[in-house]
Design a binder for this molecule. Structure first.
Ligand code: AMP
Length: 230
C-alpha cells in the first residue's frame, strides 16, 4: 500500500489568498489544510496558555517563535491519520529557519511525505489594497475571508454576516494599516531567504500568479500541478 502523503506548502504574503485558495482545494479536491494563523487565533479565542503567550505578538503583526509554530505543524501532521489526502500548509514555513526545522521533520519521516512548494505571486500594491478591504468571520472555527471591495466576488451575501455560519464579520486587528505594512515588510524580509533555502534543498517550486479571480487561480494551480504530475 502506498502511504505517501502530499504536502503542499502555500507560500505567499498575507493577502495573497492562501486561505481562500486552500478552502476551495478542501471543498473541491478533498484536500486538508492547516493554517498556522487560524490555529493560533483559535488558541487566543480559547484563552489557552499558548493563546495568551502569543496574542500581543500577533496583534502587532510580528512573528511568533519558529520553534513554537514548527511544533504546532509537526504535531498536526503526526496525529493519528484519518486521511492521506494532500495537506496544504497555509502560512508555514515563513522563515528559512522554520523551513529548516520542517526539512528535519520530513527527513525523520522519509517515506511518508512528498513535499511541494506553491509560490503565490502578487505585487505589493495589489496586496495592500486587498488587505485594506479584507474582513473575516469572527467565529474562530470558521474564519472565512470576505472582501468589501466594490464589485468583489468575495463580498458577503448579507452585509456584516458570514454566508457559511451566520456569525458576524470583523476586521482582524493585524489588518489595520500599520500592522499590514509591518507584516508585509516582515514577509518580504524573509521570503527571499526562504525561497533560496527551499531551492538549496531541491524542493520543487511551482509559481502561480494570484493577481486574478479566485477560480482562475484555482484552475491555474490544478493545471500546473497536473503538468508536474501529482
Ligand atoms: P496569518 O493568518 O497566516 O496571516 O497569520 C497571522 C499571524 O499569526 C502572523 O502575523 C503571525 O503573528 C502568526 N503566525 C502565523 N503563522 C506563523 C508562522 N509560520 N511563523 C510565525 N508566526 C506565524
Amino acid at each position: 500500500m502506498d502511504c505517501t502523503q502530499d504536502i503542499l506548502i502555500f507560500l505567499g504574503p498575507p493577502g495573497a489568498g492562501k486561505g481562500s485558495l486552500s478552502r476551495l482545494c478542501v471543498e473541491r479536491l478533498g484536500w486538508q489544510q492547516i493554517s498556522t494563523g487560524n490555529v493560533l487565533r483559535h488558541h487566543i479565542a480559547q484563552r489557552t496558555e499558548l493563546g495568551k503567550a502569543v496574542q500581543e505578538v500577533i496583534d502587532a503583526g510580528k512573528l511568533v517563535s519558529d520553534e513554537l509554530v514548527a511544533q504546532l505543524v509537526h504535531d498536526w501532521l503526526t496525529q493519528p491519520v484519518s486521511s492521506t489526502n494532500p495537506v496544504i500548509l497555509d502560512g508555514f514555513p515563513r522563515t528559512a529557519n522554520q523551513a529548516r526545522l520542517f526539512e528535519e521533520f520530513v527527513s525523520r519521516h522519509a517515506d511518508r511525505f512528498r513535499v511541494r512548494v506553491i509560490h503565490l505571486a502578487i505585487s505589493l500594491d495589489a496586496l495592500v489594497e486587498r488587505l485594506e478591504h479584507r474582513i473575516v468571520c469572527s467565529d474562530k472555527g470558521c474564519q472565512t475571508v470576505y472582501s468589501l471591495k466594490e464589485g468583489s466576488k468575495l463580498a458577503p451575501q448579507q452585509e456584516g454576516i458570514c454566508d457559511l455560519c451566520q456569525n458576524s464579520l470583523i476586521r482582524r486587528a493585524d489588518d489595520e494599516i500599520a500592522a499590514v505594512r509591518q507584516r508585509l515588510s516582515l514577509y518580504q524580509t524573509h521570503e527571499q531567504e526562504l525561497l533560496e533555502y527551499l531551492q538549496s534543498v531541491n524542493r520543487s517550486i511551482v509559481s502561480v500568479p494570484v493577481d486574478r479571480e479566485l477560480l482562475a487561480v484555482f484552475q491555474l494551480l490544478t493545471d500546473k500541478l497536473e503538468e508536474k504530475v501529482l
